[in-house]
Design a protein around this ligand. Structure first.
Ligand code: GDP
Ligand code: IMO
Ligand code: MG
Length: 423
């Protein structure tokens, strides 16, 4: 049996959490493969809104198992808070939430290093969520990190102390003033570790490959988006993991030939939170309308998201890198009421018109060239069938399908689980 992948094709926040929740009924296992609490995945159903950061978005279903894979970085402090939120809704997670022993731990000092690094960069800062993601992955690749499996060792506290001591020395390197109370941070961390220990730690690559042999169905849930990928994103304004399809193989221990469908999620327009280039960004009324109607505020940090038109050059790039087999278009409802909808179909780059994503997409190098579409007035949020969609939206959908050569299988028309049209 194959492992299907679900990933964001833009700069994150495409609506991955919502769609994983919608699809979970078709799967035995939902597995997160990278990222950590920098993610904020929103699920809305039965009148409640839930935001998950590290826990896979299948957790609200009774039967599916949820695996936090080896490629994920876990902050026990934030994880504990997430579990406490689940407690409030009487979600019994002890049997259905499994944690990879090989997942790395975010220490309190990783968060401090993140803050120090960002502050020292001044205007050139990445716009990190400051959850310690970069420093934790640096320790992973630098072969200094602490893993969930270490918590089963007698001497885990020694490991923690020696890594923390190293981080404190590193903090001195940054010429910035970061205030902290180490004792308080450690108490919080240890309480998080104790809570984490109440869950099952597993050898997740073994577990998942056995599940594949037993013909179980698995959906791998990505975090962030392809344009934030450490290799293929808008470096250095990216996150520190591979958010693209290959990241699912290394982040779960699943071989490439086990991958089945690749679901690519995109918004009908584009958003970005944090710094970095964004060719189709709007600074006018249209952008402000998208932000307002789409409630474009970060699910993790609450920061306003930058908004702009759909960028097909970037979308096609992401589809290619990921091998997307099915597309899912989110938030079309937000565009209702625009007279004209624009889509970027090429860039002006060094005096030439190009249709691929070049190395450098800073505003001084790239000017987007747009194709215009007639907008639609109709409120989409109560629609349930494809044949109810307005004609001009159908033209928009068909144009994207023709350009990308990938079918759009889901059209999402609102944040609720029910506001989902299957095609
Ligand atoms: P994720 O990180 O990819 O899971 O996405 P986020 O949860 O960070 O951001 C997506 C936001 O859009 C959330 O507030 C969702 O509730 C909301 N959302 C998802 N799909 C739709 C949709 O089709 N229409 C509208 N209006 N909102 C949506
Ligand atoms: P989900 O899974 C949107 C962005 C940050 C910053 C850059 C690096 O909800 O789509 P980091 O904290 O990783 O060092 O930040 O990446 N970023 C996200 N933007 N959605 C996310 O996750 C993001 N996770 C990180 O804003 O620009
Ligand atoms: Mg998000």
């Amino acid at each position: 049996m194959a492992v299907d992948l679900l990933l964001g094709l833009q700069w994150g926040d495409e609506g991955k959490g919502k769609i994983v929740d919608v699809l979970t009924k078709n799967y035995d296992i939902i597995a997160r493969f990278q990222g950590g609490p920098n993610a904020g995945h929103t699920l809305i159903f039965d009148g409640h809104k839930h935001v998950l950061h590290t826990i896979p978005s299948g957790i609200f279903h009774d039967t599916a198992l949820n695996v936090v894979g080896n490629g994920v970085v876990i902050d026990p402090v934030i994880f504990k808070r997430e579990l406490e939120n689940l407690d409030k809704h009487n979600i019994n997670y002890t049997e259905k939430l499994l944690i990879s022993r090989k997942a790395h731990l975010i220490l309190p000092t990783h968060r401090l290093l993140d803050a120090a690094s960002e502050t020292s960069k001044g205007k050139a800062k990445i716009g990190s969520t400051l959850k310690g993601i970069g420093p934790t992955y640096m320790d992973k690749t630098g072969r200094n990190g602490m893993r969930v499996g270490d918590l089963e060792l007698e001497n885990w506290r020694d490991k923690y102390q020696s890594l923390t001591a190293k981080h404190i020395k590193m903090l001195d390197f940054f010429d910035v003033d970061i205030q902290y109370d180490l004792k308080e941070l450690e108490e919080e961390f240890c309480a998080g570790v104790e809570k984490l220990r109440t869950l099952q730690f597993i050898d997740s690559e073994e577990f998942l490959n056995n599940a594949i042999k037993e013909k179980k169905t698995i959906l791998a849930e990505g975090a962030q988006g392809s344009l934030l990928d450490i290799d293929f994103g808008t470096y250095p304004f990216v996150t520190s993991s591979n958010t693209t399809a290959a990241g699912a193989c290394t982040g779960l221990g699943v071989a490439p030939n086990r991958i089945g469908d690749v679901f690519g999620i995109f918004k009908a327009y584009t958003t970005r939170v944090g710094s970095g280039p964004f060719p189709t960004e709007l600074f006018d009324e249209d952008g402000a309308t998208m932000a307002k109607v789409g409630h474009e505020f970060g699910a993790t940090t609450g920061r306003p998201r930058r908004c702009g038109w759909l960028d097909l050059v970037a979308l096609k790039y992401a589809i290619q890198v990921n091998g997307v087999t099915q597309l899912m278009m989110m938030k079309g409802d937000v565009l209702s009421g625009f007279d004209t909808i624009k889509v970027c179909t090429s860039y002006k780059y060094k005096g030439e018109e190009i249709t691929h994503l070049p190395y450098n997409i800073e505003p001084e190098n790239v000017t987007p060239i747009f194709t215009e579409f007639k907008g639609w007035e109709k409120d989409l949020t109560s629609l349930t069938e494809e044949n109810q969609l307005p004609e001009s939206l159908m033209s928009y959908i068909e144009f994207i399908e023709k350009e990308t050569e990938v079918p759009i299988k889901i059209v999402s028309v609102g944040p609720d689980r029910k506001q989902t049209i299957l095609r």
